[in-house]
Design a protein around this ligand. Structure first.
Ligand SMILES: C[S@@+](CC[C@H](N)C(=O)[O-])C[C@H]1O[C@@H](n2cnc3c(N)ncnc32)[C@H](O)[C@@H]1O
Length: 265
């Protein structure tokens, strides 16, 4: 289902992941995704019970808005005027005090019409990506929004850090983790910074958190960078190289992925 354009989206990797992901009917507990991003894996899995979380509040509000008010979100999304001038007017106008469904429609509109589906905020938190055009806007239909709403109704949507989400894991759950990373060694060299704020310290914090849950009988699977320092963090787990990969640029597919799939099963 075409929906969000999202950096690091895993939709193109699904064909590879399907060989390793459990069938959602086989998950005894809850499907949990602490870095849900564009949601491609969650939507593919279509679990009957899920917790999906992300630190990006505009994103989780978009999902909550669609879950609760699909018709209102569509109405507003489809009525926003077209063109560059309108884009900058909508992007710049106050929205934080507006209802959830308006904020959701605005986020979807900006995502579908901004430059290359980038998601970047200025230091004061305002979305600051330039205009990209209307050609990808009407890929999303009212039918999509209604289907998405049904999928989100099966999920609790949370805006929080991964530590809090992982603290809720219990026996029988399945956790899919896609932390922000830039595939490959090159990008990691400079003080191990990947994707701006998700530093190598954050990768360490994530690995420690997963290890602290070892007594719980649950399965987890993660995509991450094929970098020796990352691999060191998961010594003793199952690690597979991903043959083809995603890029931090939306829609770009790289041949040598430099990505790995790590799991505890
Ligand atoms: C690579 S993206 C996930 C992409 C997703 N799998 C998809 O297919 O679209 C990583 C996500 O982690 C979120 N994130 C970054 N730091 C986080 C943190 N500390 N806790 C939870 N989410 C975080 C980002 O907002 C981003 O949406």
């Amino acid at each position: 289902m075409k929906f969000l354009r999202y950096p690091g989206g895993k939709s193109k990797l699904l064909y590879f992941l399907t060989d390793f992901l459990p069938k959602s009917g086989k998950i005894a507990g809850t499907y949990i995704e602490p870095f849900v991003g564009g949601g491609s894996v969650f939507l593919f899995m279509n679990p009957s019970k899920a917790i999906i979380a992300d630190l990006n509040k505009d994103l989780t509000d978009l999902y909550k808005g669609i879950k609760l008010y699909p018709h209102k979100v569509w109405e507003i999304f489809s009525q926003f005027p077209e063109g560059k001038e309108a884009y900058y007017q909508i992007r710049g106008a106050e929205y934080k005090t507006k209802p959830l469904y308006f904020r959701a429609a605005r986020t979807l509109y900006l995502n579908r019409t901004c430059f290359k589906g980038m998601w970047r905020n200025s230091p004061n938190g305002d979305f600051n990506v330039g205009y990209g055009g209307e050609s990808r806007r009407w890929v999303v239909t009212q039918k999509n929004i209604i289907e998405l709403s049904k999928a989100f109704k099966q999920a609790e949507i949370v805006n929080c850090d991964f530590d809090k989400t992982l603290s809720r894991v219990s026996n029988g759950d399945f956790v899919f983790l896609d932390p922000p990373y830039k595939p490959g060694e090159k990008e990691m060299k400079d003080k191990h910074y990947a994707n701006g704020r998700f530093s190598f310290q954050e990768q360490i914090r994530l690995a420690h958190k997963l290890k602290s849950l070892e007594k719980i009988d649950f399965k987890w699977m993660m995509t991450n960078s094929d970098h020796p320092d990352i691999l060191d963090l998961y010594n003793g787990y199952f690690i597979r190289k991903v043959p083809f990969g995603t890029s931090s640029n939306v829609g770009i597919f790289t041949e040598n992925s430099k990505e790995v799939l790590i799991s505890n099963f």
